[in-house]
Design a protein. Structure first.
Lengths: 327, 278, 449
């Protein structure tokens, strides 16, 4: 028996009432309707369509992930073999490791600031690019550059910008006579260090947010805006009532990607401030625990915790930000 | 649809451009200097004695650098293009199935695909290395592309799923009523409407591939497959870093993505759904 | 899901070496790549191709490699790598028990760890160790439990560099030979206003800070660990403690630029020393005069930098060596051919060629200092090595940082050193607390064995 078909024109709700647009509050449903054939035999087509993806993901992503989960319950220490089961031992050690707990505080800062900043900037840039204008292609190309620049070069670049002796920032300070021009930017003041490190990461990841949200915006038909103008709405109102709600799927995806990037931050603090506890991140500690201490079991346990936190944060983001949009 | 000409808009656009381009300018300036000039005080905001030596070394130099740059540039383009094509194709098919079909295991599979995003990237590095090694795929394009695809699929599936789900059902229903098969509906009706999403995720996937370093470092053993990112990193010395040379290499590296972004813009057409009543 | 991983500096990718080692397959894979069976290990050498991955910015001259191929029948596939990335590849390949090269880098600091994990093949079955030992004083650093796991090819050691011009401007006519004189001279340079901050110490929490402390400890007349790995620096009158105190006092006392808490060794050399902004680096790296300070494109102080015998307690102290070696990974496909390559690469005639004694067209790289004493002496006599006599003398007398070899837990120890010394430098902990923290790690690791 075919599932009841959703009507093609559901009742619009409240302030979001615009022609033919529905913003669904129920996000537990993925597909809004089915196109099931009337026959009762097994429909092979969807399985054929998802099979390649399923094979890739199961074989090359889920299986390795499963091993991480399993290994985290074993004591795997290259310098103290053999490998043996240890239950929650690795996790207990993690919570007693001061360096790790300190890095959790830092990483929390990175996540909160990084997701907030990159999302706000991403929305702003996507909206600026939403409608075609002369030179939009060039602007898009420019916005992409922070992402396109190879990571190793970015590290050198920003080290050079922050360099206490010959960097751009200190140079500007000296040129405008705001100071001696050899001020310490990174490493001394913890808040400043964390902020600068995260700014560098935001600079690198915002293009991804921008393109994701931009793609979402492309689905919005122009007539909606025209209708709003006819109704007397100004630009801010259009933005708040049309653009933002309809971009929610894209914004949610962008935020989840930002969560993943910030939770896993490694290069920026490592390159800009070395191994110092001032800005050390959880991923850095995972590396130290695994490679330097050769305590791989503890490393897996940390990776698992990181994955769990990522899932929780992503679910929170999806719960509050994601909305099913059908146009 | 009218383009908005709010005065603040130009200011905002200018700020956004500045935000992106000032550090790039700094890299470009550094690329045109000698190492000594780049580190001198007072800081040179514009190179006082610009030189093309760094670019010359990268493009025509001896000792394997220029050969390395050329080969690795070719490698990275091939690897990214292949990974993007495969990823977007497979993701589009699967995303359509997730968006429009109900079938046993749909939800579990969909969430499983998304859940793989949560695991830190390096957790799959060694297992994938072993798998590729077992199939003799280390240092091959195939091996690298397979690994890339497995990593880029989740986001592609998710974004395209959202896209397909947002397209009004009425269009597909009309096509079915007209007697088209489901795949014909997909190919002729849905895909054209989803073009902005598809090329967006294609651009995103390509850029993810372009930024890869750790995986190709491990999966490539020599110049036959090493991408540009690995070769640029190889320019570092043990104690000293040729920041000017590497800045020049960085500039060479952004040329292809910049061109792609320009092309991307050309294919984005706004107001697609305005024609949805056909 | 792959993300971009930016990396810079030797700290950057040494870090990622560990990341790769994190993810191990459960199936019978103890985290050490314990299996020593090289897949398809072969003893025939003619006609094989070996892959050589050494950290160098250029390959040796094609003619040299061609000559090797002609003589031995072995073709060489030279892969350009940087030191950081290579450490990652070594760890990844060993952990995954996979082949990536026949010859690769063995760093002095990882000998203990690599040896214990069995990641490199013992070389004594292929090479005449005694013959090598006579001409290569640094060979001992690569021996673990009687096994030779690497051959030093680039004899790097920690040296003191001074800007003679700046010293002269401050009115210093005789160079210091003791740490007291050295410190006084630096203060004099500052007092006379020659430069504002005369001393370079890289206080970024990275490996360069650790080696600086080892060299300074050596200057104060001692070592950091004893033979069993226990700390020797816990007493305030011990050389290690005094060294740490001296380093931090130099920063707080205004001898070191305040920004140096964010400067690593390379930055200190390239941005401060090579720009004439500091007058001296107590623990610099040998060979840099040739490859950095005298290169006009890279430095403003060409001709002004000299090596100074490191000041000590009552006279010049010795120098600590941190050589780069090459070895054969356990998974190498052609270990016999690889050994032939190592033998050829480190022969006296090849080293002479690479160092430029037989013409510029045979030179390899710009910072290469041969590991054979005989060759360095020849270079010194020929005058082609900047400050060659000093270097030759230092190669003879340079001692390893850890006479018994770097412990297997060296990376953990070094991490404790540089993070705590950095914290002491920023003022977030006292020198005493930093020393205790480092000692605690050393004690714990040493007793865990």
């Amino acid at each position: 028996m075919a599932a009841p078909r959703r009507s093609a024109r559901p009742t619009p709700r409240g302030d979001d009432a615009r022609r033919g647009v529905v913003v669904e509050g129920d996000r537990s449903d993925i597909a809004t309707s089915t196109t099931r054939p009337r026959q009762r035999h097994l429909d092979a087509l969807p399985y054929v369509l998802v099979a390649p993806v399923a094979i890739f993901i199961v074989g090359l992503a889920l299986v390795p992930a499963a091993f991480t989960i399993i290994e985290s319950f074993f004591k795997v220490d290259a310098l103290h073999p053999p490998t043996r089961f240890t239950g929650f031992g690795n996790f207990v050690e993690i919570f007693h490791n001061h360096a790790v707990m300190n890095s959790v505080a830092n990483t929390t800062f990175y996540v909160v600031v990084g997701v907030a900043l990159s999302t706000i900037l991403g929305i702003a840039m996507a909206v600026l690019l939403q409608h075609p204008f002369r030179g939009r292609g060039v602007v898009i190309a420019i916005l992409i550059l922070p992402w396109a620049l190879p990571g190793v070069v970015e590290g050198i670049l920003w080290s050079g910008i922050f360099d206490p002796n010959s960097g751009l920032i200190n140079g500007l300070v000296a040129t405008f006579h705001l100071g001696a021009g050899n001020g310490v930017l990174l490493g001394q003041n913890r808040l400043l260090t964390l902020a600068l490190i995260e700014i560098v990461q935001v600079w690198q990841i915002t293009p991804l947010s921008t393109v994701l949200i931009f793609a979402s915006l492309q689905l919005i038909p122009g007539e909606i805006y025209e209708a709003a103008v006819v109704d007397g709405a100004n630009q801010w109102r259009s933005f708040a009532s049309i653009t933002l709600p309809l971009a929610r799927p894209g914004i949610a995806v962008a935020m989840v990607e930002a969560v993943i990037a910030t939770v896993n931050i490694f290069d920026q603090p490592y390159v800009l401030n070395g191994a110092a506890s001032t800005g050390s991140s959880v991923t850095m500690q995972t590396y130290f625990v695994s490679f330097q201490n050769l305590n791989f079991g503890q490393g897996y346990a940390l990776s698992l915790l990181v994955a769990l936190v990522t899932v929780v944060l992503s679910v929170v983001v999806l719960r509050f930000v994601y909305r099913k949009v059908e146009l | 649809m009218s383009a908005r000409r709010h005065p603040l808009r130009s200011v905002a656009l200018g700020l956004v451009i500045l935000w992106s381009i000032v550090p790039i300018y700094w890299a470009a300036k550094t690329a045109l200097q000698t190492e000594s000039a780049a580190r001198s005080r007072p800081v040179e905001y514009v190179p006082l004695h610009p030189t093309l030596d760094n670019f010359r070394t990268l493009l025509f130099g001896q000792g394997g650098v220029a050969v390395g740059i050329r080969h690795s540039m070719l490698n990275i383009v091939i690897e990214c293009a292949a990974a993007t094509t495969v990823t977007v194709t497979l993701a589009a098919l699967a995303a359509y199935a997730f968006a429009r079909f109900t079938f046993r295991g749909r939800n579990i599979l969909f969430y499983a695909v998304l859940a793989t995003l949560a695991f830190p990237p390096y957790t799959t590095l060694i297992p994938l290395y072993r798998i590729m090694s077992a199939f003799s795929l280390v240092n091959t394009y195939t091996g690298i592309v397979l690994v890339y695809v497995s990593g880029f699929l989740p986001l592609a599936v998710w974004v395209l799923h959202n896209y397909f789900a947002s397209i009004p059902m009425s269009i597909e229903e009309a096509g079915r009523i007209d007697g088209a098969s489901r795949m014909q509906v997909f190919w002729h009706l849905v895909l054209p409407l989803a073009v902005p999403g598809i090329i967006s995720i294609a651009l995103i996937t390509f850029l993810f591939g372009w930024a890869q370093f750790l995986f190709p470092l491990v999966l490539s053993t020599d110049l036959s497959t090493q991408p540009l990112t690995v070769i640029i990193a190889a320019l570092q010395g043990k104690h000293t870093v040729p920041s000017t040379l590497m800045s020049a290499a960085g500039l060479l590296a952004i040329a292809v993505p910049a061109v792609l972004a320009l092309t991307f813009n050309r294919y984005i057409v706004n107001g697609l759904l305005a024609g949805s009543t056909k | 899901m792959k993300r971009k991983q930016a990396r810079v500096t030797r700290q950057g990718a040494a870090g990622l070496a560990g990341l790769t080692a994190i993810a191990l397959l459960a199936a019978g894979c103890s985290a050490g790549g314990g299996s020593a069976t090289a897949s398809g290990a072969s003893t025939d050498v003619a006609g094989v191709t070996i892959t050589v991955a050494l950290p160098a910015d250029s390959a040796p001259p094609a003619a040299a490699l061609a000559a090797f191929t002609k003589e031995s029948g072995i073709k060489v596939n030279w892969v350009i790598s940087d030191w950081d990335s290579l450490q990652t590849k070594i760890s990844a390949a060993a952990t995954a028990n996979t082949y990536f090269a026949d010859v690769t880098n063995v760093d002095w600091s990882r000998v203990g760890q690599l040896g214990k994990l069995g990641w490199f093949q013992p070389l004594e079955e292929y090479l005449d160790v005694n013959a090598l030992k006579a001409d290569m004083p640094q060979l001992g650093s690569f021996t673990l439990d009687g096994h030779l796991i690497g051959v030093p090819y680039d004899s790097s050691y920690m040296v003191t560099t001074v800007n003679t011009d700046l010293f002269a401007k401050a009115g210093i006519t005789t160079m210091p030979t003791t740490m007291d004189e050295y410190t006084n001279d630096l203060e004099q340079i500052k007092a006379k206003g020659v430069v504002e901050y005369p001393l370079n110490i890289p206080f970024l929490a990275a490996e360069g800070l650790s080696t600086y402390w080892y060299e300074t400890t050596n200057a104060f007349g001692g070592a950091v660990l004893d033979a069993s790995g226990k700390p020797l620096f816990t007493d305030p009158s011990s050389p290690g403690y005094k060294a740490a105190q001296w380093m931090v006092d130099a920063l707080t006392g205004g001898l070191v630029p305040p920004g140096n808490i964010n400067v690593n060794d390379g930055q200190g050399e390239q941005t401060l020393m090579a720009q004439g902004m500091v007058a001296s680096t107590l623990s610099d790296y040998s060979g840099l005069i040739n490859s950095l300070y005298n290169v006009t494109d890279s430095s403003n102080v060409a001709g002004k930098i000299e090596y100074l015998p490191t000041p000590g307690v009552n006279g010049p102290a010795g120098n600590l060596s941190n050589p780069d070696g090459m070895g054969i990974p356990t998974q190498a496909k052609n270990p016999a051919a690889a050994a032939k390559f190592i033998e050829w690469f480190n022969s006296a005639s090849t080293q002479e060629d690479f160092a430029g004694l037989n013409g510029q067209d045979k030179v390899w790289g710009s910072s290469f200092i041969p590991s054979r004493v005989s060759v360095v002496e020849k270079l010194a006599q020929a005058g082609s090595l900047a400050d060659g006599e000093h270097l030759a003398a230092m190669l003879q007398t340079a001692s390893p940082v850890f006479p018994e070899g770097a412990p297997a837990w060296y990376p953990t120890f070094s991490n404790a050193v540089y993070t705590n010394l950095h914290a002491a430098a920023t003022g977030s902990m006292s020198v005493a607390d930093a020393i205790s923290a480092i000692a605690a790690v050393a004690n714990q690791q040493a007793s865990n064995g």
